[in-house]
Design a protein around this ligand. Structure first.
Ligand SMILES: [Fe+2]
Ligand SMILES: [Fe+2]
Length: 244
């Protein structure tokens, strides 16, 4: 396969950024954000709640590491291998950082949370989209893999930015979360740059549609995921001063 290095037009590249939600979508995004902020505050009230948050991050980092190792690395052309290995090293470091943080709050970090039912449904729908769109690109499945990766890294950036803002710089978890956030921001740029390189000019219209579909799947789980997080927060962090 050839290495593209196309200069995509500014209009094409626009579709890589997270679109600003409009109308009902904007209302839903605000609602999800408010529910999640409230859930975070509640979860931080107790040690059990804080452990759950760290285990959720660990599950996410674990899943990213597995995806890179099992899906992205095997289908990467040689010129991309070093970049994927570097990305993999970052995600492995995140796993280690969250395991260490869990140990500090009395959890040995060995019981790994598998992705929950909602996340598994979401991943399954993303995989179906990848196979549906692959034929539109010369680099085949590699493009949907990076498009999904881009949306997942953008989501990680949103989640961690919100979390850092909610807890503030004085909180004990702030150094860890802000360090991981800086890496996830770099991964967003890495996915964007890779897509610019591997998507041919005539393929950008398909990429735009694919990104739209990936984001629709993501937002369709937004409210349900936020409510699940709030319920967990209410159960584990509802009683002020509980087990902390
Ligand atoms: Fe990560
Ligand atoms: Fe990442």
């Amino acid at each position: 396969m050839s290495v593209f290095d196309h200069s995509a037009s500014a209009a094409d590249v626009n579709c890589l950024s997270t679109p600003k939600a409009q109308g009902l979508g904007a209302v839903q995004a605000r609602l999800v954000d408010r529910i999640k902020r409230a859930a975070l505050l509640r979860l931080h009230r107790t040690l059990r709640g804080e452990r759950l948050l760290l285990r959720m991050y660990l599950a996410g980092e674990d899943a990213t590491e597995r995806t890179l190792l099992e899906e992205l690395l095997p289908q990467s052309p040689p010129w991309l291998e070093r970049q994927v290995e570097q990305h993999l090293a970052d995600e492995r470091r995140h796993v280690t950082l969250f395991v260490e943080a869990l140990r500090r709050v009395g959890d040995d970090g060995t019981t790994r949370l598998e992705p929950d039912w909602l996340s598994r449904r979401k991943i399954l729908r993303w995989q179906r989209l990848a196979h549906r769109y692959a034929a539109h690109f010369e680099h085949g499945l590699l493009v949907p893999a990076y498009a999904t990766g881009l949306c997942a890294e953008q989501m990680a950036e949103r989640v961690l930015s919100r979390h850092c803002a909610v807890i503030g710089t004085e909180h004990g978890l702030y150094p860890l979360l802000s360090r991981v956030l800086a890496d996830e921001k770099a991964h967003v740029r890495l996915c964007e740059n890779t897509l610019r390189r591997i998507v041919a000019p005539h393929e950008w219209a398909h990429l735009e549609l694919l990104l739209k579909d990936i984001r629709t799947v993501e937002s369709s789980f937004g409210v349900t995921g936020a409510l699940a997080m709030y319920v967990a927060g209410s159960v584990l962090g509802g009683v002020r001063g509980g087990t902390r």
